[in-house]
Ligand binder design. Sequence first.
Ligand code: PLP
Length: 494
Amino acid sequence: MSIMYKSTRSSSEKVTASQAILKGLAEDGGLFVPDSIPALDIPLNRLPSLSYQETAYEVMKLFLSDFTEDELKACIQGAYDDKFDTKEIAPLVKKDGAFYLELFHGKTIAFKDMALSILPYLMTTSAKKNGVTNEIVILTATSGDTGKAALAGFADVPGTSIIVFYPKDGVSPIQEKQMLTQKGANTNVVGIIGNFDDAQTGVKKMFGSAELAQRMGQKGYQFSSANSINIGRLVPQIVYYVWAYGRLLKQGEIKEGEPINVVVPTGNFGNILAAYYAKNMGIPIQMLFCASNENKVLFDFFETGTYDRKREFILTTSPSMDILISSNLERLIYRIAGEDAAKTKELMDALADRGEYEITPEMREGLSCFAGGYATEDETAGMIRSMYEREQYIMDPHTAVAAHVYEAKGRECGTAAVIASTASPYKFTRSVTDAIDNEKYGNLGDFELVDELNRLSGVPIPAAIEEIRTAPVLHHTVCDKSEMQAAVEKILGL
Ligand SMILES: *Cc1c(COP(=O)(O)O)cnc(C)c1O
């Protein structure tokens, strides 16, 4: 069966998977969605015998139906190789009765590597398939982790260049250093005076500008996106939920067909949406717990049916979840609206114009498999500390937000729970050591804390951290949030 993609905001445009990957965002500003969600076509009892790469093929072939078997397998082999520090790619570890799906074993030690290791392959294959000769400019807004993972993935990939915008004061020191030391002649990093929502809004605006697209075209450029608005990001993320179910079977923790729950620390709603797609493909996922930090706009949405971004933007110790406009929620809205593009557009316009929208009671019924939860800063730190004390297992603050929500809401139902563990604690040394013992570690520098963390956890220091200790800063551009387009024009010489 061939899957085509259409926009969440109009029913006219239909494109192939490779075209959707190239475009990133639909022309009407909507997000591309598959015209149906394909069912997994292998039985669940085969999952335990598959490698991560084989699982990836079984899932991705269904969504990327215009890729040939050879093309897709080449993409998968190129992506999931020894760039990951474990053969399993995404190990599932049991701690204190829950299953932590460690998604941070890639090159930049955040879960973004799971999709951004393969996106450059999908992108260049898509360009070839569609006869694109323009240079593809990857325009990306990051709340901290996407930026580095996308830079690492696209650095020196022929036919592409990449421009990353990040909130200058909204990322961890290690996240910032990771980005600013990125090598590669085709890489550009710009700090903005503004927050992640400003960066994402600015990027989406450039995508939507026909005038800019035309000037780009004259110079031989076209935009695409490495954000989770790109289905080339979303589809590879479905894989690890299917994989996790196979691991639970293989490890004898569940029986075939037994339901599981997932708990996902959420920002832009890409990761948890991938879990929802896995559920719709036939993986027996019962409940999806959407875990937020103090920017709990999603928690309120699941509680009330009203999405209201008109509130203070709070900087937290889980910066990759400091988001008030969760882009991928639009794909869920579209689905629970019965794939009604006009309705989806109406709600998204209300969000842009009035800062809020309310869904109908019928739509709310479609959310019955979701539950929202959140952790305050104290609860997050408390979770890091208590897990360390019980299991000597050190979580990063994003994972700790999810673990807290699991303890508060998920554990009591007794269903096996997979908690998405989205970053290595080495990316957030300051917050993690503060949580464990602020008095002892408060005066140490960021890289001294790396060594402390190594002593505390016994986990080897990842190459991603060793690399940046002494690496020179190569990117220095900072601009106001209102000057993003000017920055792009300067970089591209438009
Ligand atoms: C991006 C990110 C998240 C949020 O994921 P979304 O797909 O945006 O919801 C959570 N944790 C970490 C460490 C991240 O990098």
